[in-house]
Each structure stands twice: as C-alpha cells, then as structure tokens.
Design a protein around this ligand. Sequence first.
Ligand code: IMP
Length: 432
Amino acid sequence: MALDIVIGAQWGDEGKGRVVDLLSESSNLVARYNGGDNAGHTVTVGEKIYKLHVIPSGIIHSNTIGVMGSGMVLNPQTLLEEMTMLRDAGVTITPERLWISDAVQLITPAHRLLDRAKDAALGKAAIGTTGRGIGPAYEDKASRRGLRAGEILDRAHFEERLRIHFDEVNKILVGWYKQPALDIETLLKEYLSCADEMRPYIRRIGPMVQEALKAGKTVLAEGAQGTLLDVEQGTYPFVTSSCTTATGIFSGLGIGVQPVRRVVGVTKAFQTRVGGGPFPTEQDGDNALFLRGSGANPWDEYGTTTGRPRRVGWLDLVLLKYAHEANGFTEIFLTKLDILSGLKEIPVCVAYERDGKKMNTLDFSGDARLMAQCKPVYQNLPGWQEEVRGCRKWSDLPKAAQAYVKFIEDFVGVPVKTISVGPERSAMIIKD
Ligand code: IMP
C-alpha cells in the first residue's frame, strides 16, 4: 500500500506538474482531489507540451489510471476539451482509464458569470479569482444546493435540477449584479450534451481507490494550487475555496485515513503569487524583471490558466516552514533554481517583524490582514554566477548554490531531495 502526495508549498504554480510527471512513471493511480480548472499543470514530454486544468496530469503515462475525486469542482466543458486534446496527442482516454467521482461538484457557465460579477463587485478588495466559477460552485456545495456528477446518471432529474440552478443564478445576476439575463434554454441544451458525454466516466471511486491500495498499488495524489491558497490555512480571504493541503486527500478522494508514504512539498527557489493578497517579500523594478522574465520564454512567470503576469519576490522561509507545519512534508522538491544564477547576493526571508515582535514562524493562521502587517527580515546568502542548467548531479552545482539549498533544508527541517534546473524534463538533480 503506497499513497504519495504532491503538494504546492507556496501560492500555486510551483511546478507540481513536473514532479507528478516524474512520480507517475511508477504509480498506478494518479488522482486530483481538490479545485477545478483554476489549476494549470504543464507537463512536457519530448517535443510535446501538455497544459491540463482538470484531468490529472499523470494520465499521460500509459501505466496510470486518472482519478477525479469528490473534493473537486468540475466544468464538463473543460473536461471534454482536455479529453479531445489528449486523444489528439495519442493518449488513450476511456472510462477504464479515467474515473470521475459521482460526488464531484459541477461548475456551470452560470457559476463562471457569478464568479466574475462577485469579484468585480469587490473593487479594490477583489481576490483576483481565475473567473472559472470555483468559488460559487464550492458555495453551492457548502449550502447544499450544488449539482453533483452522480445526478447526471438520471437525465430527467438532472435537467430539472439544472433548470432550477440556472433560474436561481439568473435572479442573482440580473437582480443584484445588474448583469444581462442568461439564455437558459441554450445553456441547458449545451450543458446537457456535455453531461451526456461525461456519463460513462462517473462512478463511486472511494472503494476502487481503497481496493487498489489494498492490492499494493501506488496511488499518487496531485494537489492543485498551493498551501497558502488553502481555504483554512491560507492567506484568507485571498485564497481559493478548497482544501489545498495534504489533509484534504482522504475526504477529497472518499477514502479512509491511512498511512502516507511520501508528502512532497514543491517550492520554487523564489516566491510567486497570482491575484490579490499579502506578499511580504514581493519585489518590483529590476528585481521583479529578473525573477519574472520578460515573457519571451515559456518558463517566464505568466499564468498558465489566465496569462496574467505573476507577482514575484524572494523566497519566504517563514511561509515555507508554515506550509510544512500544515502538511508534514517528508521531502522538498525545489524548482527553478537556475533562475537565480547571476545574482551577487540572494536575500531570503528568515523572520517577520510585527508590532515590534520578531517571529520565525507564524503565530496566526494565514489571516491576510495580519500578514499585511508583517515586515520581512532578510538574510543575504552568497549568489553564484555560473549557469546551472546543465547540472545533473549535486556535485555539478556551484558551492554557493549547494549552500542555498542546504540553508533551506536546515531552516525548514526537511530534506530537499530533488532540484529542477531548467524546463526540460531531464533538467533535474536527484540529491541523495
Ligand atoms: P479561484 O480559485 O479562481 O477562486 O481564485 C482564488 C485565488 O487563487 C486567486 O488569487 C487566484 O489567482 C488563485 N489561484 C487559483 N488557482 C491557482 C493556481 O492554480 N495557481 C496560482 N494561483 C491560483
């Protein structure tokens, strides 16, 4: 029995797709358990680049089965687009290879419109959501009026529920947000046709995952977004609406609590964030350009889902330690170390100052208001000038780069086991 988990240790976009790609080579099931098409996992195989938002990215390996757990919110239209894209790329997608939980919550076009209207209405306090309808779909789940995938199995019932949903949202959009009315009949027709295509993939997956574990198979769970976007532990309210930490796996897949083999925390060698909310180590000007890139390269810091430039800053070790406390990482996977080549000194945040008090671990749960009052305390580590993209062994790295990695390990108390040093699949160092 082996359950491995890959978790974003920052505000998302840490390069989890890379890790999942590596680990899914030896996994039988690859599972998503939270979020929806707000996520963007980029995986490169040979010449091909796959951008996946809802289907577990590990499915590109022919040895795996993709599982979409009940903790997710799913837009059937995005699902079908991805199925087509994967099939065109030669990946087999059948109900035997892709299991969708009957308890997955569905996202509709009405949720998307509501998401955008709500965030726009917040004005300066906007969260900067991805506009994919994530928040409204989870709101419906919590208020127990959500549409679940299992309902699709009874077409007449589903049509009736869908009509009620569109009617309700229409009233809110028109009455409260002064938006144009929905064309309910067209939406119904389009959505029902997507639902028809999705039907063969829907099933109760908890017992199937449990059986696989009992039979000694390896299950890899890929977390979407990052710990600091968790609805409880993240920088609330500038968070997503799901549980993004390792703890969400059991409810998000519908399996009982059981031993976990690895919890891989993925972090960049610096910090990025998309959307609003506090970011103590954020940089602008030349430093930002250095870390973000100009946008000319595919690995520059621009959103996979929205194309927005990402906010960038120095590595925040206080937050990385906080992420470890929330997840219990057994190892760290450090990405994009190559970006830091060429700096004389590299600042890392080792403590915060708030109200004249210094702390090197948070004494509050994420709260954005309190975090905005925190001033970063930096330690400058020696930089390195060498290009590290060609390094494939720990001993190939410049001494200062090794010291940077060791500093992270010592501060957080978790070993860094793998380091990525470039966009190619092979640009990786497995550190013993
Ligand atoms: P939502 O998940 O669309 O509701 O967006 C809430 C916040 O989470 C916004 O700041 C988004 O930019 C951020 N967010 C959501 N998904 C991702 C992701 O996959 N990577 C990075 N940020 C994300």
